[in-house]
Design a protein around this ligand. Sequence first.
Ligand code: CO
Length: 134
Amino acid sequence: MIGNLNHVAIAVPDLEKATATYRDVLGAEVSEPLALPEHGVTVVFVKLPNTKIELLHPLGANSPIAPFLERNAGGGMHHVCYEVEDILAARDKLKAGGARVLGDGEPKIGAHGKPVLFLHPKDFFGTLVELEQV
Ligand code: CO
């Protein structure tokens, strides 16, 4: 069902520092910061040959990643995103198997303008899983 790894998201307390580390220490190509108020984050995309890293920093008062950074003050891996061809079919199959879909269970438009869903980390070995329809 799942296809390519679309991205790994890392929540960071200092976006400028994290961007500089990926650019200057790791030698990766990084984007300009992109504010996504509807998602409560500012994101920097790190382009790798086979996938992306997304550096996430809270934006606004009710950022969904603020509680994560409270628990992980130095930052940490927030989620992995796998591509699927049909997000509704994937959701229905996962739900039938007992996996929990976060929120109201309906896909939302994600950071790349495509439908996404999140799956409960307790059902996937402590890792928040995002599915993105491609
Ligand atoms: Co993501």
